[in-house]
Design a protein around this ligand. Sequence first.
Ligand code: GLC
Ligand code: MG
Length: 540
Amino acid sequence: MLAHSAGEMAGVSKDQHPWWETGVVYQVYPRSFQDSDGDGVGDLAGLERRLDYIAELGVDAIWLSPVFPSPMVDFGYDIADYCGIDPLFGTMEDFDRLIAAAHARGLKLLLDFVPNHSSDQHPWFLESRSSRDNPKRDWYIWRDARIGPDGERLPPNNWVSDFGGSAWEWDEATGQYYLHAMLPQQPDLNWRNAELKAAMLDVLRFWFDRGVDGFRIDVLWHIVKAEGLPDNPPNPHWQPGVNERDRLLQLHSTDQPEAHAISAEIRALADSYGDRLLVGEIVLPNDRLARWHGTAEAPQVHLPFNFCLLENSWNAETVGRLIDEYETSLPAWGWPNWVLGSHDAPRIAARIGEAQARVAMMLLLTLRGTPTLYQGDELAIGTVPIPADKVRDPRELRQPGIGLGRDPSRTPMPWDNSLNAGFTTGEPWLPLNPNWKSRNVAAQNGDPGSMLELTRALLRLRRAEAALGRGEYRSLQCREALLAYERCTADSRLVVALNFGEEATEMPAQAAGGERLLSTLPGSSEQLRGNEGVIWQLRG
Ligand code: GLC
Ligand code: MG
């Protein structure tokens, strides 16, 4: 029996708001959350044991990075079976138990859908590469070589992989190149092939029928390439020493009109199951990002990830401007969202320091829109040095020494000060944060000055105050290091003031007479102290 009935098909009625508008998403990177079997890698049974922690934190949904069978060359983003669970993480029974246990605690569960590429070990690709006339040949993107001036073999076009190097890999057996926007072990799927598309939509049905509440969709803007695969133009701003990906503008390899059509189809499928959520990983400027909301008649993803806080400098003027620009870019039917960390981005506390990371947490959890909180940021895990012989990230290994390493953001959750921070009884697959004996969940639990308790307090306030959930956003002044804004409903007005600097500054005038609800710092002062964020409530 299908998990949805005709009555639910219409989704959410006009006057009701879907759960995810006021919900908070918590990203779990499964390799590093909790190990249960001593192999040094987190797994589903471990995550299930820690569900109470996530529920008590006060978030609404878990987005779980990939747990499907995979050779793990890109740590699960290279999938060899879209409808299974990798034995490293457990079994399908473990998954069914996990989803039931999450739902029992009122938590939604989102999986990671990786439609742009599979693993080169996926049976589809093994078939596709077996001969030029294999029925699955066209499920991937194969092209003849170009022949250079001296008769040498050249890739079909100039596209560069996001991990560096040509996006084409020569395949001796059938004498053609295949396209890989990421690693050579991640061949791109051909969404222009109707059978491939149908097979991928079936993957979504498989998991929706199992009860998942939605998906985060990996590199969605890459999913279709321009017909004819023309060369990409050079990027005039590129300089050696940064990611080679950026040497070209990805004009023909990403953000194609057909990709929008597919995302509308995926949305229609999700909507046929009722109240499910689609979050798209899309890295584009605001005007182009906004188009991924689709139209009112043909919506696309609910939340095209908004990475602007990760990609720009951290000062009140810039952040204030980014918020205004993003808010303005949203279509009338679009709902905002905010991201401060992920398994791909530097840790926020490493980037701006712990004192500012507390201000950033207040920002993330008081802006209008759905926040995504990355595991470990609630502990303000900062810089984690990774010794050269411990580096695991393929992006770092392909282009060493230019700061592309993602391992420091992927280190295990420190739970307590027992062996390996309670993460594993074995050897953790990546080192722990060096200060794990003091920076861990147990140590911060109940300590009112800790990042963990600040995060919990902010999440409680967000739940209690309708103005923080669905209230309007109004920017107030932005004066030197001060960023201030209001969140208002018809009967409540909250003022948030964030000091991005180290010097004390005057409170915003709009907070006068307000009741102080929460500060990022202990105690209180007449002024806004350095690195302090404060929320007031005004009545009447
Ligand atoms: C996304 C994932 C990243 C992965 C890449 C290729 O950006 O978040 O971790 O390496 O896609 O699948
Ligand atoms: Mg394990």
